[in-house]
Design a binder for this molecule. Sequence first.
Ligand SMILES: Cc1ncc(COP(=O)(O)O)c(C=O)c1O
Length: 367
Amino acid sequence: LSKQIAGQIPFFDLSRKIMRHRLLIDGAVDRVLSSGNFVLGRECEYFEASFATYVGVQHCVGVANGTDALELALRASGIKAGMKVATAANAGNYATTAASALGAEIAYIDVEFATRNITLEAVQKAVGEGAKAVIATHLYGLAIAEIAEISAFCLERGITLIEDCAQAHGARVRGRVVGSFGDASAFSFYPTKNLGALGDAGAVLTNNDAIASNVRKLRTYGWSEKNSIELPGGRNSRLDEIQAAILSDLLPFLDEDNERRRKIARAYCAGINATDMDLPQFTNDEFAAHLFVLTSENRSTYISKFADASISTSIHFPIPDHLQPHLTGSPEFSLPVTERLARQVMSLPCYPELLDEEVDAIIQAFK
Ligand SMILES: Cc1ncc(COP(=O)(O)O)c(C=O)c1O
């Protein structure tokens, strides 16, 4: 592998993961081919049960992708057109896409610069201004430090809390896995995710029986039984068996992979620092290290210097939700921290299959 990749360091390389797990993946695909069942079958049920146990909740409902998971979680919780949904604007527009699909009004919450996440205080303000639901994204894999307090506050006020855990599989707050704090949580298993499939996949997790039952209906057109639509707003959003089988077989690696990601992140924190730079702050498993994102006023210089050294970097995310080009006119509000982050964030490669030599090469290139 070292020989094969010598010379350039990709931002992410799925082929390494496939190489590492090839036997497992072949076995999973083979199981499905032999079963003759390809959509919402026993592999899906098995994965749903395993992942619910891992997160520590009662229900996991597999769906087609993470954006559908967010949208169906909102619909299943009774959020409707015209209701206000509060969320951050620095998380790639996924929550905005999901809330907009059901006609909700979006109230953006500015984030904290150091954590890049929302805070209890900001949630309280949004609820004070009429939000009926909150989508709390554990961005870049860092669990929202106050998620338990946000959950208690929302419960007390009858506000729906949906956690977006697409970047934070396995992150924990005081030992409790994220995805277990909200009324429901949404996961994406897109191939780059900490638990990734080899295609699109997602899930809604919840302890609430009614929400779980609603998502089960909504993912198959709103059917309560075949061809009988009980719930409006449904669609086809099914998890396929090959992805479910692969996810079940990769789940046992999640915690050790997250530890490897943190090791890489720690090495960067020790080896990469400059007065014009802020680095992610974490101590342990509150960070699933999905992305290693630093900020600098001199981002473009760093990006081009890394490119000169054949190191790929990325930007998550360059355009905040409220400034997307399809929106006409300028917004009547500003989100100063979100806007500053969009100008300054840059991501370094951070995935379990990144080699120690490559991590060293990235640090040396920085120096
Ligand atoms: C924070 C966040 N939420 C939601 C999603 C949406 O997931 P998907 O791409 O599976 O629709 C993503 C993924 O890209 C994400 O990073």
